[in-house]
Design a protein around this ligand. Structure first.
Ligand SMILES: Cc1cc2nc3c(=O)[nH]c(=O)nc-3n(C[C@H](O)[C@H](O)[C@H](O)COP(=O)(O)OP(=O)(O)OC[C@H]3O[C@@H](n4cnc5c(N)ncnc54)[C@H](O)[C@@H]3O)c2cc1C
Length: 349
């Protein structure tokens, strides 16, 4: 039986472990942390991320014991100083889910599938007895930096901070507030909780600073308890020229990333994990690289588009005002983003 070693037990590493077990491999996963594993995140699982989780057999709908089963939201709302525009996902809602609850669901599925999980074990992937080593060790991947992958381009670096508040969600949408120097995301995650995250290019810019820029959110949270402390993480746009080398493959943020503005990091990691297992069935990591490239181009395009709006407030005002006047444009963009394009097909003469 073929054997794989996974370095990193975040969402992508656990997804890769499950996907490889699914095709009959023996899988050992090394994670330097111990559960519950948390990370600053907007905590929105887009419809295609949920589809990938279902394909992996991960049940995020029934987490009674681990602290709630999330909160469905119907679409995305963009709000700036002058305009507000919302669109629904075309066929199914998304889910706001605490990162620790997601991790728990992935972990339980991995245990059920018979993955050998080694918590509190730091690895550099130098174990040689495996047929495949998967680097799933996140954005600052040791496996990538020291694995001779080369050809790495980091086009953008931003800083995100997130905290949870005890308040009933006030919107059926994930709200994204655009300011001159930052965006604030509000994701409903339970009947009585929201997750609030701010992302900016300033390492010292925190949620308290953002609340001064977005007084409406501040008013909503006034008198409400913060139920977690503020947690930070880096958001990058990183592209690699290759995602495998010899018997080592990278998945998730280790294999390149799109800015958090897309809300797509988790879904990409799950889709890459599935693609990796499919490629291993054919015995070719080259197929994985091809699939990886195909999966990444749309999110990267969307991230570049949104980061252009971030960098140019005048263009952003105009774009949001145009979409507010013609919401179908926003709906089409959202549908494309969640891989359910509604863009009209060219008619054959
Ligand atoms: C502010 C913010 C908001 C975001 N919002 C969203 C969102 O709403 N939706 C979405 O889909 N995505 C979002 N993302 C992106 C998402 O969080 C990431 O894409 C996702 O965490 C990537 O998962 P991963 O498993 O690849 O990496 P990670 O989550 O970073 O996991 C890597 C794991 O590897 C472990 N590790 C590292 N080195 C070693 C080693 N040597 N040995 C063993 N273990 C090791 C680490 O401890 C860690 O647990 C957001 C990100 C940020 C920063």
């Amino acid at each position: 039986m073929r054997r794989a070693c996974i370095v990193g037990g975040g969402p992508s590493g656990l997804a890769a472990a499950i996907a490889l077990r699914n095709i009959g491999w023996l899988v050992t996963l090394f994670e330097s942390g111990t559960p519950p594993i948390d990370k600053a995140c907007g905590e929105g699982l887009l419809p295609h991320s949920l589809r990938a989780l279902r394909e992996l057999g991960v049940d995020v709908s029934n987490d009674g014991e681990s602290g709630g089963n999330g909160f469905p939201f119907r679409g995305i709302k963009f709000i700036d100083e002058h305009s507000c525009v919302a669109a629904d996902f075309p066929s199914a809602p998304a889910l706001g889910l605490r990162r620790t609850v997601l991790h728990d669901a992935l972990m339980r599925r991995a245990v059920e599938m018979g993955v050998d999980l080694r918590w509190g074990c730091k690895s550099n992937g130098s174990e040689t007895q495996y047929d495949l080593t998967v680097g799933a060790d996140g954005g600052n991947s040791h496996m990538r930096r020291h694995g001779g992958f080369g050809g790495e381009r980091c086009a953008s670096k931003r800083y995100g901070f997130r905290q949870h508040f005890e308040v009933a969600p006030w919107s059926e949408y994930m709200e994204m507030y655009w300011g001159r120097s930052c965006q604030l995301y509000v994701t409903p995650i339970a009947a009585d909780q929201v997750s609030v995250a701010v992302v900016s290019r300033d390492q010292s810019f925190r949620l308290a600073d953002a609340f001064e820029i977005f007084p409406k959110v501040k008013a909503r949270l006034k008198g409400r308890s913060a139920i977690t402390s503020e947690r930070g993480s880096l958001s990058t746009m990183r592209r690699l020229s290759r995602v495998y080398r010899g018997k080592v493959a990278l998945v998730g943020d280790a294999s390149g990333s799109v800015d958090v503005i897309t809300g797509d990091g988790l879904g990409l990691g799950f889709q890459q994990a599935i693609a990796l297992a499919r490629a291993m069935e054919t015995g070719s990591l080259h197929h994985y690289e091809k699939a990886h490239r195909k999966l990444a181009w749309k999110p990267r395009l969307m991230a570049n588009l949104l980061l252009t709006l971030e960098a140019h407030p005048t263009v952003r005002h105009l774009a949001l005002a145009t979409m507010a006047a013609c919401p179908q444009v926003f709906a089409s963009l959202l549908a494309t983003h969640v891989r359910e394009s509604r863009l009209p097909r060219p008619k054959l003469a």
